[in-house]
Design a protein around this ligand. Structure first.
Ligand code: FNR
Length: 365
């Protein structure tokens, strides 16, 4: 189909399923075990309903907001996804360019196919902000170099992935022999290509990473530190105590622990506790996983998220239609959000609040 025939983010997935190379589709679309968590990530949003307010002047709608001090055009960002060149010969730089056009933030993955410098150079042409996603190497000297280089090159946030001491079993991916399209594989990697893409490139990751390491990260960088992959309110409270600036409530797109809960459910569990303890100003809470619609984004913002990350849909758009595809996917989300804001009776993102939602069914599985 033509790009103009893609009317929502699901359409890109359908085209990708039919047209992408098997190995790339296997790596991007797969999730852990029976993929229950991956499906739950999106369907959890189906258990939240709106309570719109009427007769508000919604002539003008403003989707802009601020994430970690950066003004952005809408409350979503491109989250880190590894191996962009599996889907598109130019790799993640395609996402960089699309994000710059739309003034949204891109989180650069440790395991990008493009070099870190290439992605930063591309962003700086568009005056666009980037964050770094970090997989922590067993060799901390390597990690320190990566972090300090990112800060020197202008990255505005350090997202440490904490849900992947070992990469999950993604069987769709494991069944396919992996050929590395070029990635920033690090020292400490034993590249065994018989276990799929994910496992082949990730053996350098340190499973001994713990809360005791957080002060060290704070000592080597001034970038805000955000823990990506937090799954319970108790750990959000620990993150506040550890003095980090943020958390991403996420289960890694369902790719790690199957039967992990959805980010949106964890958000609904977390924010009331933070408010009750007067801590909601102490930490920025992001969420990702299964966000496919403008309404999904608004629900997360109503519950108190500072922004939402989107992974696979942008990969599918990139793989099928290149930069124009990613730009259209972003525009569709903005169009949906603008209309949804009108229909729930809100002009600005900061006016969204939990009272606009009915979440009674969210915790009923
Ligand atoms: C990911 N994700 C991820 N996360 C991370 O911290 N480091 C990484 O290298 C990757 N790589 C990666 C590859 C692919 C193909 C996918 C789909 C995901 C997880 C990602 O950042 C995010 O948590 C999820 O993708 C969000 O879910 P959706 O939007 O894909 O449903």
């Amino acid at each position: 189909p033509l790009l103009s025939e893609c009317f929502n983010l699901h359409d890109f997935e359908a085209v990708a399923r039919r047209t992408m190379k098997k190995t790339a589709w296997g790596y991007y679309s797969s999730a852990a075990d029976d993929e229950i968590t991956m499906r739950e990530n999106h369907s959890a949003y189906h258990r939240i309903w709106f309570r719109p307010q009427i007769l508000v002047d919604v002539h003008h709608i403003d989707l802009s907001t601020t994430m970690l001090g950066t003004k952005v055009s809408a409350p979503f960002y491109v989250t880190a996804t590894a191996l962009g060149k599996l889907g598109h010969p130019e790799g993640e730089v395609v996402l960089t360019r699309a994000a710059a056009t739309h003034n949204v933030i891109q989180m650069i993955p440790t395991l990008a196919s493009c070099s870190f410098d290439e992605l930063v150079d591309a962003a700086q042409q568009g005056d666009q902000v980037q964050w770094l996603q970090l997989y922590v190497n067993k060799d901390r000297a390597i990690t320190q170099r990566i972090v300090q280089n990112a800060e020197r090159r202008g990255c505005k946030g350090l997202f440490i992935t904490v849900d992947a001491p070992q990469l999950g079993r993604r069987e769709k991916d494991m069944r396919l022999k992996f050929v590395d399209p070029g990635s920033n594989v690090q020292k400490g990697t034993k590249t065994d290509t018989s276990q799929g893409a994910a496992r082949a490139i990730s053996t350098f990751i340190d499973p001994s990473l713990s809360w005791a390491d957080i002060p060290w990260f704070k000592s080597i960088t001034k970038m805000p530190i955000i823990l990506k992959g937090v799954q319970r309110v108790e750990d959000v409270l620990k993150a506040v105590d550890a003095g980090v600036q943020g958390v991403v409530l996420s289960n890694h797109g369902g790719r790690q622990l199957d039967f992990a809960r959805s980010g949106i459910e964890i958000l609904a569990e977390t924010m009331p506790v933070l408010r009750e303890q007067g801590l909601d100003d102490k930490i920025d809470v992001f969420v990702d996983g299964g966000v496919r619609r403008g309404t999904d984004i608004l629900k997360a913002m109503c519950l108190g998220a500072k922004g939402v990350g989107i992974g696979r849909p942008f990969l599918y758009a990139m793989s099928t239609y290149g930069q124009a595809g990613v730009e259209r996917a972003m525009q569709l989300l903005k169009d949906e959000m603008e209309m949804d804001m009108r229909l729930i009776g809100c002009n600005r993102i900061e006016d969204l609040h939990p009272g606009l939602l009915d979440t009674r069914g969210l915790f009923v599985h």
